[in-house]
Design a protein around this ligand. Sequence first.
Ligand SMILES: [Zn+2]
Ligand SMILES: [Zn+2]
Length: 242
Amino acid sequence: MFAAARDIALPVVRALGSALADALWPARCAGCDLPGTLLCPACRRDLALVDQSEACPRCGAPDGLHGCAECCRSEFTFASARCAGILEWPLSRMVTLHKDAAELRLTALLARLLADAAGEWCDWAQAVVGVPASPGAFARRGFDHGALLAAEFAHVTGVPALEVLRALPRRDQRQLSRESRGTNAGASIGYLRPTPVPSRILVLDDVMTTGATMEAAACALMSAGAGEVRGLAVARACGGRL
Ligand SMILES: [Zn+2]
Ligand SMILES: [Zn+2]
């Protein structure tokens, strides 16, 4: 009875919240600031989306299917990764506005991009887990963007979202060099016991740069009993080595 009432009420609350937000803070295109939309058709066409059929099956780098310079010297705990697009304008600004300017109406758009990139992985996955925000980032922003993305991804795809990871205190990744990020992220994510985890898990993050954060999450989930973890990111920062 309660579940039925909740299923009816949640869409109403979502719609009211969205209408209120639109009235108080009219939407603007994340790419060009055009009023009345979160992403105008022209900027949507400019999204540098990754063709998954040509991407590296290990790390998700674009055009890496037949050889990937990004990950050729790396070993991963996650079995595979996909990235929806390349971290270039306007996707880069969508990510920044969502995370650092609290434009949370972009959550649905970003989750849709993740769902499109995931494709058949949505039938494979038994759960989706967002990479947890660090305590410092959570205190600064007031929300956990990874948890929001995972919840919306679950809403779009039907894959259940689990909150079973916690971020351990660490320095903000953005303040570190690429070389330092791996060490910093490696010890940054723990597992919230005693929540059981299913065997097949998707881990979500907004940006994949070195893969270190994804790797830390995968390690935590595998040590908690997961059988296979796959990574999924909104945007890939290219040009480095994983
Ligand atoms: Zn635009
Ligand atoms: Zn690769």
